[in-house]
Design a protein around this ligand. Structure first.
Ligand SMILES: Nc1nc2c(ncn2[C@@H]2O[C@H](COP(=O)(O)OP(=O)(O)OP(=O)(O)O)[C@@H](O)[C@H]2O)c(=O)[nH]1
Ligand SMILES: [Mg+2]
Length: 319
């Protein structure tokens, strides 16, 4: 897909004016990546960075979308403008849930202060993370107060996306063994708020107690003590407490100046991703085309040159 500069400038202008169709197009542009995405981000960047970013993650089927839906209801009561980015699972097994998400979210689809969008997660890890960062920027430039990012599971790309958020909600359900898995894989550290959803099923309190116990043992990265809340997202029970915890966490981040520290860490990671991507692209290009590289390769094979010296000479020739 290619977009010309006039189109990009038009989108940026209309985005500023709160045109929802321009917002949809803007996200399509950043999803496609490339030069057009780069130019669009450049135009809106100064108006980004203002929303509270909330990551909602957890295994397939624990009730993330149902919880997000119930949270949106709470946030609307507090008059917040809310956007939801659902990063589509690439797995064919959970793919069916997307339609379910749309149906459930229907309550909010007529509300002009709610925007819901699915994003494909079929590219490589870095690709989806980068597209997500940029999509968030479009939503911020449009003027949303809160952006919720729903991701499935705890793979590399989910962790990368979770680290984009100011507040990460880790959703679990009773009796799935998820809690044990979470503790083992070290993802406890990414949770700012733990939710044991499906509190109507047996074992919810037991799961909550286990998580609390393991959090006590875990080395927490800050003075924030992650609350462990039981909820029944399906009927909204306990969701008000989750919304309260989200606001408390935001307050904590602001009071402790963690919000700017977190954002600095995030920007550093993003910048290093971008530089690495560009460097890799240039490197691959030069490895393919250059007669000089061919010569170096021959020299290495012939033991005239060692690989590190050859690498240094390639690096110094990149610009
Ligand atoms: N019993 C019970 N079921 C629930 C609750 N919340 C959600 N569910 C059900 O759990 C199933 C999965 O809910 P989703 O919200 O789609 O779960 P998800 O985590 O978003 O799923 P993926 O996006 O596919 O990973 C649905 O059938 C929901 O109706 C709850 O509080 N109690
Ligand atoms: Mg879902």
């Amino acid at each position: 897909m290619s977009f010309d500069q006039a189109y990009i400038e038009d989108i940026a202008k209309r985005l500023e004016r709160g045109d929802r169709r321009a917002l949809a197009r803007a996200i399509t542009v950043v999803e496609a990546g490339g030069e057009a995405a780069q130019n669009l981000v450049k135009l809106v960047y100064q108006r980004s960075g203002k929303a509270h970013l909330i990551g909602v993650t957890g295994s397939p089927g624990v009730g993330k979308s149902t919880l997000v839906d119930a949270l949106v209801t709470q946030m609307r009561q507090a008059d917040k403008k809310v956007a939801v980015l659902a990063i589509d699972p690439s797995s064919p097994f959970t793919g069916g849930a997307i339609l379910g998400d749309r149906i459930r979210m229907q309550d909010h689809t007529l509300d002009p202060n709610v925007y819901i969008r699915s994003m494909a997660n079929r590219g490589h890890t870095g690709g989806v993370a980068m597209a997500t960062y940029d999509a968030v920027r479009m939503l911020e430039a449009f003027g949303f107060d809160v952006v919720i990012i729903e991701t499935v599971g705890v793979g590399q790309s989910e962790l990368a996306i979770a680290s984009t958020a100011d507040t990460t909600i880790l959703v679990l359900m009773p009796g799935s063994g998820d809690d044990i898995q979470a503790i083992k894989s070290g993802i406890m550290e990414i949770g700012d708020i733990f939710v044991v959803n499906k509190g109507d099923l047996p074992g919810a309190n037991k799961s909550a107690t286990e998580i609390i116990a393991s959090l006590e043992l875990a080395k927490l990265p800050s003075n924030w003590h992650p609350p462990v809340l039981v909820a029944v997202s399906e009927n909204g029970e306990g969701v008000d407490k989750i919304w309260q915890a989200v606001q408390d966490h935001r307050q904590f981040l602001t009071d402790s100046d963690m919000i700017s520290k977190r954002r600095l860490t995030k920007i550093k990671a993003e910048l290093s991703d971008i530089v690495a991507e560009i460097a890799r692209g240039k490197l691959e290009q030069s490895m393919q085309d250059s007669a000089c590289v061919q010569e170096l390769l021959t020299d290495i094979v012939d033991l005239k040159l060692d690989p590190r010296s050859a690498a240094a000479s390639i690096l110094s020739s990149l610009n």
